[in-house]
Write a protein that binds this ligand. Structure first.
Ligand code: UD1
Length: 340
């Protein structure tokens, strides 16, 4: 059984990926600092897969602890690196915290990985690296634009650090997955997203509003140059996204990669407006969401959706689940955690 380290494995995307890895027969070791997650997630993973993954509470900023961890687990076949801070607004307030959390930790992990016999590495990148791309849908060749926030910058710098590492370490193989907008929850409702405080992202805000925790959703801007005036994004079901990680990992393990640093867009290829997301929620929940139009949010791009040809044809992965599937799973999860 191949042993895979998943950093940030108790988080939203990490936990769904651990489930898919275990279901595909991988042995998983999770490290997480619990800064934005809880050990309850381990029970959810066990309830779905019948197996509790090995877990070590570890703060990747503690370099000595990282070194100790890799000495103990020297037989890793691959690392999927999710551990990072991800709130755009907070990153503007606390840039150094973001550079320390997202960059220092990446460097510490990479230094240790280079000491392993086989080093296969999957990195959580983001479509945020494209900024407002000129052409839709966005291909992997679209230029990386100056970052809008320290958070976005950590994704760009992270990719550069990995690319430079690949140049000097021919046995080091890495794939950066550029996620579009991950939403939804596991269909079992045993794991899902657990935003702390007021959610900044659209879908948790919608489900919390419907659950009665928020008064109404503010739709940020209805005067954009889009068919209904609201912004367009590519919403990808977290289960499809999790599967993309397993497929990317297999590509490296099977030595099918054509260079030792590859990037893939992970999206559905479909753009949905904010109003279309609300419509989908209304349909699957049988509710009518309370929303109002509000001014544009600073830093928002008008439109971002993926060209998925490379992921479909080269990686061999395709999103299977729909926006309705994702909204239903997100709503079922919200109802479960609120006892509705
Ligand atoms: C945001 C980040 C992105 C990050 C991603 C991680 C910004 C500008 N971008 O993407 O860098 O990788 O989260 O999940 O923060 N919306 C509303 N009302 C709300 C919340 C959102 O109308 O209360 C709209 C937004 O204007 C946007 C869409 O919903 O058009 C999606 O927003 P969100 O879920 O925050 O994702 P992004 O902004 O695309």
């Amino acid at each position: 059984m191949k042993k895979i380290l998943v950093t940030g494995g108790l988080g939203f995307i990490g936990s769904h990926t651990v489930v898919e890895l275990q279901e595909e027969g991988f042995e998983v070791v999770i490290i997480d600092d619990l800064s934005n997650s809880s050990t309850d997630v381990l029970d959810g993973i066990e309830a779905i897969t019948g197996k509790k993954p090995v877990f070590e509470e570890l703060d990747l900023k503690e370099k000595a602890d990282v070194e100790r961890f890799f000495k103990k687990h020297h037989n890793l076949s691959g690392v999927i690196h999710f551990a990072a801070s991800k709130a755009v607004g907070e990153s503007v307030e606390k840039p150094l915290l973001y550079y320390e959390n997202n960059i220092n930790t990446l460097v510490y992990v990479l230094k240790e990985i280079l000491g392993l016999d086989a080093s296969n590495f999957i990195f959580s990148s983001s479509c945020t690296v494209y900024g407002q791309a000129e052409k839709m849908p966005i291909t992997e060749n679209a230029p990386v634009q100056p970052a809008e926030s320290p958070y976005g910058n950590t994704k760009q710098i992270g990719e550069e650090i990995i690319k430079d590492t690949c140049k000097i370490a021919p046995k080091f193989n890495a794939i950066a997955l550029r996620y579009f907008n991950p939403i939804g929850a596991h269909p079992s409702s045993k794991i899902g997203e657990l935003p702390i405080g007021v959610p900044q992202n659209l879908v948790p805000f919608i489900t919390q509003t419907a659950a009665g925790l928020r008064e109404s959703l503010s739709v940020f801007g209805n005067d954009y140059s889009t068919p209904d005036g609201t912004c367009i994004r590519d919403y990808i079901h977290v289960v499809d996204l999790a599967k993309a990680h397993v497929i990317a990992l297999r590509r490296l393990l099977d030595k099918k990669n054509t260079s030792n640093f590859e990037t893939f867009n992970v999206g559905t290829g479909l753009g949905s407006s904010v109003l279309e997301v609300i419509k989908s929620f209304d349909k699957v929940s049988g509710q009518s969401l309370n929303y109002k139009f509000a001014p544009r949010r600073e830093g928002d791009v008008v439109s971002a959706y993926a060209n998925t040809d490379k992921a479909n044809n080269v990686l061999g992965w395709k999103a299977r689940l729909t926006l309705d599937d994702a909204m239903l799973s997100a709503w079922n999860w919200e109802k479960k955690i609120r006892n509705l």
